[in-house]
Design a protein around this ligand. Structure first.
Ligand SMILES: [Zn+2]
Ligand SMILES: [Zn+2]
Length: 143
């Protein structure tokens, strides 16, 4: 994710140019695609003076606004979840549900715990095994 410091729009991935205002991100790029520092007047590779206009350097305000946006989106999600949970908590008859809910929560928690415990190689082996199973199933279909 990249944010243009000129037009303040977000871009997925790490593009070379802003697709809204056409500025390059923190570099000056010549017509042949060579990357130069933002202070360059001529391309250091081919000497071309035809360099792209870089977006202005990221200011403290830019970082701050990005942080605030991040914080606000996080807060919105947290608030939605909290209100949803509160609404559910208020509408549920806990004495009737608790006996069946507790093991369910424990099971989900345990499953989550096991997935975090699994080291990378084990997951890979699991994936490979899954692929083998899929292959054998496909072979059976062809027969
Ligand atoms: Zn832009
Ligand atoms: Zn060049």
């Amino acid at each position: 994710m990249r944010r243009c410091t000129s037009c303040f729009r977000f871009h997925p991935g790490s593009p070379t140019f802003c697709s809204y205002c056409g500025r390059s991100f923190d570099v000056r790029i010549c017509s042949r695609g060579h990357r130069n520092p933002r202070g360059a007047q001529y391309c250091s590779e081919c000497g071309s003076a035809d360099l792209s206009t870089p977006a202005p350097p990221a200011s403290f305000l830019h970082h701050l606004s990005g942080f605030v946006l991040y914080l606000l989106s996080g807060l919105t999600i947290a608030l939605t979840v909290i209100t949803a949970v509160l609404a559910v908590l208020h509408s549920i008859d806990w004495t009737a549900l608790a006996p069946s809910l507790v093991p369910l929560v424990l099971m989900v928690g345990f499953l989550y715990w096991t997935t975090t415990l699994l080291p990378g190689p084990v997951k890979k082996v699991g994936k490979a095994a899954g692929r083998q199973v899929m292959k054998s199933i496909k072979k059976d279909k062809h027969r």
